[in-house]
Write a protein that binds this ligand. Sequence first.
Ligand SMILES: Cc1cc2nc3c(=O)[nH]c(=O)nc-3n(C[C@H](O)[C@H](O)[C@H](O)COP(=O)(O)OP(=O)(O)OC[C@H]3O[C@@H](n4cnc5c(N)ncnc54)[C@H](O)[C@@H]3O)c2cc1C
Length: 281
Amino acid sequence: MDGVEVIFEDGTVDKFDAVIGADGIFGSVRSYVLQDKVDQFAASPAGFWDCRNLVPLERAKAVLGKELFEQDRQYGWVGDGGFLMHDVLENRTMVQCIISAVEHSPTSERKRVLTRETLTQTLSGWLDGPIAKGMIELCLDQDDLHGYSQWEHKATPTYANGSVCVIGDAAHAMTPWQGSGAAMAFEDAMILQELLGNITSLADIKVAFKAYDVIRRPRCQRVIDSSRETGLIFCGQHTDAGLDPEKLRALLAPRWDFIFSLDMSAHKQDALHTLRDMQQG
Ligand SMILES: Cc1cc2nc3c(=O)[nH]c(=O)nc-3n(C[C@H](O)[C@H](O)[C@H](O)COP(=O)(O)OP(=O)(O)OC[C@H]3O[C@@H](n4cnc5c(N)ncnc54)[C@H](O)[C@@H]3O)c2cc1C
């Protein structure tokens, strides 16, 4: 059959030359792409949870100390089993506070209620330090504090099936430790635009989607794995570095190099060469 038939939630049925699923980590287009492998490669817990709150700058200064807000910068605090972060947002009026921690017993329920007791227990090893008690206070400055389990696609055998493909979190959901999930979605779109802009027949859409899979999957998989490992380093779990500041600095500093250094023009050229090879083969 040529084209793809899509049934929408409201019952509408329509037919398209191709479908690009950008429907997120639990999107349904992934099910079509992976067929009977969809459960095997479903998203699963990455081993961390986090919670956050946005509080007024003056409140954050009062609780954490005004010296932490003399510079406009993001602060990250590494501790045993957890990572705390705060940064000034909203034109210097609000502060984002995040508590992240290693998740020891993940469940299928991705959301958990957090109380003062659970947070105190999570950060029990660093309550005597300068930051943990204050961050607990600031995160509890809301009615209903929840922690969210971080899930990821540990592996995905293909991003494309015929005239259907997935991009963004539908293809490669990842942890937020390297801040790259949306960035990878933009790169996916850039490569698809290059490929689809260089074909002249509907039949070649399938080839373009195959080339997209070949070009994008290794890079995105590398970011997924690197991001998870970065989380372990940030949570003081790296066997060599532990909580040693110098070792942490040495380990963390180069971790973004492979993400930022990709030459986008060369990446697009690689995609086009792959497309041409497939068309000729
Ligand atoms: C805590 C956290 C911090 C992050 N920080 C960063 C960062 O600093 N930098 C970065 O690059 N990335 C970051 N990310 C990742 C980034 O948010 C995601 O990678 C990005 O949002 C993925 O975009 P997407 O469009 O693929 O999926 P989504 O943003 O999930 O969008 C999918 C959309 O599809 C819709 N949808 C699903 N099913 C259907 C359907 N059947 N019909 C119609 N619509 C449907 C959904 O409602 C949703 O709007 C972070 C993520 C988290 C959780």
